[in-house]
Design a protein around this ligand. Structure first.
Ligand code: XIL
Length: 450
């Protein structure tokens, strides 16, 4: 019985193979296995680059070669006849400023396709970028990044100097850090951030004087009178803004004041103790301390939450009518690779620019894994993310010049994003890979400027 089964299955395999190789007018021929078609390398650094190609129908693997000569005699280890399952490969541990030749062929069982076309790729020179690929040199608005003091050195510093002309402190210029206890301010990290920026000719966007999520415990639990509370907030704002007068270009004075999906003010300790007009008071104190600093209101979901956006715009219109200082609005751009649409970003942006105010696309990160269905960033998702970044930048680039302030990316490299902790699963929302190589999303930013 067992023998019959084995024979039967062998017959099935044999006929399948026959079917596969039968074609034309009854002639038996090997099926043509198509060679991969290579376009161009991406994510080129001084030590690495990526190549991908369209999946080849019928291929169950690929073989790739990397050499230092076009004739493929001087192979680069380990990329000689190196076999792999996916139609993409990242070549690493290469030499800077060196020209390499890459080719691939498709494999089906024991047969190989012809070789693909050959790609010629030159790695970057260390500390150099490809001409025309610097974000800051390509844009007519500021290109910012969220920074942390401990990272203002090494390769972070090199990339910042090369690509960005503005920074925002990711968390070290918030009240819980700058005013940790009633008896003392601690501006050490804020000073380090601002001093570094000034030394490098980079602008500082101040973020954020008042934020319910970064309020020190002693302020949350304040037991004095409302008058005393208000006096200490006035003192805190004036002390901080005065300290950085002429050094910090702009401040998010109050961050995230509105509830989601509603026009109501969040019931923070500031609202409870200072009243519904606490934002107005904070804006006025900021202006008194620095007549030239740009004053922003900053919030999230401004594209996808029309109720919150309408409440914000109404507040801003009221401020403009009554002469309460305000120069701009920050739309935090914590978005996803497939959402929101370009049209909705454009429409939401228009509501600020129609008022003649500055618009800041602050805190841009583009989730590639919003549904947690990926273990690693795939080429397909990276391409989708690239397209979304391009759309965001296209929208921003097209707003009136008088409303342009800048776009801030919320961090440098994927392995450092706050979103991993925030959502509790992996994501790759930024413009650089963990090894500092620029991603497709970085290319998308540049494409959006064209
Ligand atoms: C986040 C930072 O990225 C984190 O490092 C920090 O621990 C918490 O705050 N909206 C904001 C930012 O306005 O200040 C937040 O930044 C992200 C959400």
């Amino acid at each position: 019985m067992r023998n019959i089964l084995v024979q039967l299955s062998m017959t099935i395999v044999a006929s399948a193979t026959l079917l596969l190789v039968s074609c034309g007018e009854g002639a038996i021929e090997e099926p043509e296995l198509v060679a991969p078609s290579l376009t161009e390398a991406s994510e080129i650094t001084s030590t690495s680059f990526s190549v991908d190609w369209d999946f080849v129908e019928g291929a169950d693997a690929y073989q790739v070669d990397l050499a230092k000569d076009e004739a493929f005699t001087d192979f680069v280890s380990p990329y000689q006849e190196s076999r792999q399952s996916f139609s993409e490969v990242r070549l690493t541990d290469l030499e800077a400023g060196t020209t390499y030749y890459f080719r691939a062929r498709s494999i089906f069982r024991d047969s190989f396709s012809q070789y693909s076309n050959t790609l010629e790729v030159t790695t970057l020179t260390a500390n150099d970028s490809e001409p025309g690929t610097s974000l800051k040199n390509s844009a007519d608005f500021s290109v910012g990044m969220a920074v942390q003091v401990a990272r203002l050195n090494g390769q972070h510093e090199e990339v910042l100097q090369r690509e960005f002309n503005q920074i925002t402190s990711e968390y070290e210029m918030k009240m819980n850090i700058m005013y940790p206890s009633e008896s003392n301010f601690d501006f050490s990290r804020a000073d380090a951030t601002v001093d570094w920026a000034l030394a490098n000719g980079i602008e500082v966007h101040g973020h954020a004087l008042i934020w319910h999520n970064a309020t020190p415990g002693w302020v949350e639990n304040y037991s004095g009178t409302d008058e005393a509370f208000e006096a200490l907030i006035e003192d805190y704002i004036k002390t901080t803004v005065t300290r950085y007068k002429g050094k910090v270009k702009s401040w998010d004075v109050v961050n995230e004041a509105f509830e989601d999906n509603s026009g109501t003010l969040r019931n923070s300790v500031f609202r409870q103790k200072m009243g519904d007009d606490y934002l107005e008071k904070c804006h006025r104190w900021t202006r008194e301390a620095d007549p030239d600093v740009l004053i922003f209101y900053n919030d999230y979901s401004m594209v996808i939450d029309p109720t919150k956006r309408r409440a914000t715009i109404a507040m801003v219109e009221d401020f403009l009518d009554r002469g309460v200082p305000i120069d701009g609005v920050g739309y935090q751009m914590h978005i996803s690779h497939d959402f929101p649409t370009k049209a909705s970003i454009e429409a939401a942006a228009g509501e600020v620019t129609d008022l003649g105010l500055l618009l800041h696309f602050s805190e841009l990160d583009v989730r590639a894994n919003p549904n947690n269905d990926l273990q690693a960033l795939t080429t397909q998702r990276a391409v989708s993310q690239q397209a979304k970044v391009r759309e965001v930048v296209e929208v921003y680039n097209a707003i009136p010049e008088t409303s342009k302030f800048g776009i801030t990316i919320w961090g440098m490299k994927d392995d450092e994003t706050w979103l991993t902790d925030f959502w509790g699963h992996p994501d790759w929302p930024l413009l650089y890979n963990a090894d500092f190589s620029p991603k497709r999303a970085h290319t998308g930013f540049l494409e959006g400027l064209q």
